[in-house]
Design a binder for this molecule. Structure first.
Ligand SMILES: [Fe+2]
Length: 319
């Protein structure tokens, strides 16, 4: 056995669910115990079904790769995702887990480079795979919640809002053909935040008037970038532009009311607020889901179309 490696920040967690059994990974995998990383599988040594099941039975949902192998892991993920989504022997949560790792990795890279054309192209590809993972696997809300990360980063938020939006749209009975468009719109909904500095986005404490104005410009900023493209639909553009409008008025950027707000944007708003309330921030822990839902059905209720909120409430109740 290789000697234990001291804990440091050069190891990156990867979900066990993203590792395809019976394939060799082109990177070494490490286990973490209290204070050490230990080699679990050397590169190019097959990771089999028994390995995966034993880990999951023992509650181990994360292994680690070295920072130097992160690019290899990402490229492995992209090539394996289609196979993982098509593997009907895997439960929905594992397929969703794999999808989530890919979506977050791709968005993280694309958002960091800030190229909107690259982000739109990725969003379209990921949207198809997201709908497949959520709608073709009989996934339920608890499957979704089991794979979602809850950090405050925009790419994590965008991924989570996408899963919740697709799930909600599907529960509302929207046309199956619309779902990939809704998924891509949700992946792009906060694109305008790329123009806002991290200092303001992650500020610990209340925002001053000018900082608030900067934040409130992000739907318009995202719309301005995306409306020049001919490959996005009106509904997708409205998800970007109107996801902070409130059903009873008083939202931004223009204070649209009721049916003036596109249905897909109304769906995105419910998913967006729920995700924002339950996500951890650098300065506070996210709310429990029941508390967030209570707040949305109580003090915040005027922000949402009642039927959509009711459907969301029903859909995420534990079965
Ligand atoms: Fe937003």
């Amino acid at each position: 056995m290789s000697p234990p490696v001291a804990l440091d920040d050069s190891y990156i967690p990867v979900a066990v669910a993203t590792l395809i059994p019976a394939t060799a990974t082109p990177f070494s995998l490490f286990l973490r115990d209290d204070a050490r990383y230990r080699l679990f599988r050397d590169a190019n040594f097959p990771f089999d079904v028994e390995d995966r099941d034993r880990l999951l039975q023992n509650g181990v949902t994360r292994l680690y790769v070295t920072n130097g192998n992160l690019d290899r892991y990402k490229s492995y993920l992209r090539t394996q995702l289609d196979g993982l989504l098509a593997d009907e022997t895997l439960p929905p949560c594992e397929r969703l887990g794999g999808l989530n790792e890919v979506v977050r990795n791709v968005l993280q890279e694309d958002f960091a480079c800030g190229d909107s054309a690259r982000i739109v192209n990725s969003a379209k590809t990921l949207a198809e795979q997201t709908v497949q993972a959520i709608c073709n696997t009989d996934a339920v809300a608890s499957d979704l919640f089991s794979v979602m990360h809850h950090d405050y980063q925009t790419f994590t938020h965008s991924a989570n809002v996408t899963y919740l939006s697709v799930f909600l749209a599907s529960q509302l009975g929207l046309a199956v053909d619309d779902l990939p468009q809704i998924a891509a719109g949700a992946l792009l909904h906060d694109l305008g935040k790329l123009q806002i500095s991290d200092r303001i986005l992650n500020k610990n404490g209340s925002l001053d008037v000018s900082e608030l104005a900067v934040i409130k410009r992000h739907p318009t900023a995202g719309f301005e970038v995306l409306c020049k493209r001919s490959d996005l639909s009106w509904g997708q553009l409205m998800m970007v532009y109107q996801h902070h409008e409130d059903w009873q008025g008083g939202g931004y950027p223009v204070g649209s009311v009721g049916a003036e707000i596109h249905l897909w944007a109304r769906i995105c708003t419910v998913a967006d607020v729920f995700e924002a309330l339950t996500a951890n921030r650098p300065y506070r822990k996210g709310m429990p889901r029941s508390e967030a839902l209570g707040l949305m059905r109580g003090r915040m209720k005027d922000r949402f179309e009642p039927e959509i909120l009711q459907c969301f409430h029903t859909a995420i109740q534990p079965s």
